[in-house]
Design a protein around this ligand. Structure first.
Ligand code: C2E
Ligand code: CA
Ligand code: CA
Ligand code: CA
Length: 277
């Protein structure tokens, strides 16, 4: 199937076919999962590079299926987008996360909540007003929220998206450009984006063991800085990487070195007691 100059192991082919068949089943189960509570939210802290304090937490959808076990969001988020379930899925994630944020505010905690937004949601007419309604219900405000929008989303169909993004900023939300460096960058347009934060994709932190990788990171940090954006580097997996990025003047760090995405109860403890406890 892949053509002549390719080697492919039989087990890979069998695996791919099995996955293809399972997709159909997974779709209907995803719809059930959204309704019956099998969909959960985990949280990953974002660390202030200088102080080591938790600046915010990112909400990440998790799905534990009875039959298949944990299913990756890399699989079910695109699927939810394709079959028209993303709105419903996202609504659930946001409501669960806002409930949690309310409890943090009640405990006197100030950290912000970072929420991932899909392309289609940005164009959903009631998106902003709905979000603000839910915040009002919980006596929270847009200033409590950082919305993450992937770079490719941020930079295609540009004029229309820019309008929507500006409305979000006018309403008081902060914006982060997610997965920076992986999309179809139109760098000439980046300076017009009403974003506050640039999240450098996981893949860049993983190339810091090479001289070239370090230079690329340095260039990205300079670019972001030049545009007045704060920089978050994702995928920080060890102390060496954290130190190098601190040296470059990166503002925030996120990754397994500090914490994996964890259930609400665990992140509660991080926020109350600090990450080192
Ligand atoms: P993302 O927004 O780029 O989230 C970061 C991903 O990197 C997460 O994968 C996280 O677990 C992983 N990660 C964090 N630290 C490290 C590290 O040190 N090393 C490595 N190798 N990986 C790290 P996850 O949770 O599997 O999520 C995958 C993607 O699914 C997310 O990428 C996001 O685009 C999407 N997603 C997750 N939840 C939602 C949601 O509620 N709504 C939408 N629209 N998308 C979501
Ligand atoms: Ca994200
Ligand atoms: Ca990312
Ligand atoms: Ca990603």
């Amino acid at each position: 199937h892949a053509g002549r100059n390719n080697v492919c192991f039989y087990s890979d082919i069998v695996h791919l076919k099995a996955l293809g068949r399972e997709h159909v089943a997974i779709q209907s189960r995803l719809s059930d999962a959204i309704r019956n509570g099998a969909l959960q939210v985990y949280y990953q802290p974002v660390i202030h590079a200088r102080s080591g304090e938790v600046m915010a937490v990112e909400a990440l959808a998790r799905w534990q299926d009875d039959q298949s076990g944990w299913i990756s969001p890399e699989l079910f988020i695109p699927m939810a987008e394709k079959v028209g379930l993303i709105q419903e899925l996202s609504e659930l994630v946001i409501r669960i996360a806002l409930e949690r944020l309310r409890s943090w505010r009640d405990a006197g905690l100030k950290q912000r909540l970072m929420i991932n937004i899909s392309r289609s949601q940005l164009f959903y007419p009631r998106f902003i007003s709905q979000l603000i309604e839910w915040l009002d219900e919980k006596r929270l405000s847009p200033q409590d929220i950082i919305l993450e929008i992937t770079e490719s989303v941020a930079l295609t169909d540009y004029a229309r998206q820019l309008k929507h993004l500006k409305h979000l900023v006018m309403a008081g939300f902060q914006l982060a450009i997610d997965d920076f460096g992986t999309g179809y960058s139109a760098l000439s347009q980046l300076h017009e984006m009403p974003a506050n934060l640039l999240k450098v994709d996981v893949s860049f932190a993983q190339r810091l063991h090479t001289e070239e990788g370090r230079r690329v990171m340095q260039a990205i940090v300079q670019l972001g800085r030049g545009l007045g954006l704060q920089i978050v580097v994702e995928g920080v997996e060890n102390l060496e990487t954290a130190r190098f990025l601190q040296g470059l003047g990166v503002d925030y760090l996120q990754g397994f070195h500090f914490s994996e995405p964890v259930p609400a109860g665990v992140v509660d403890l991080y926020l109350r007691l600090g990450l080192g406890n």
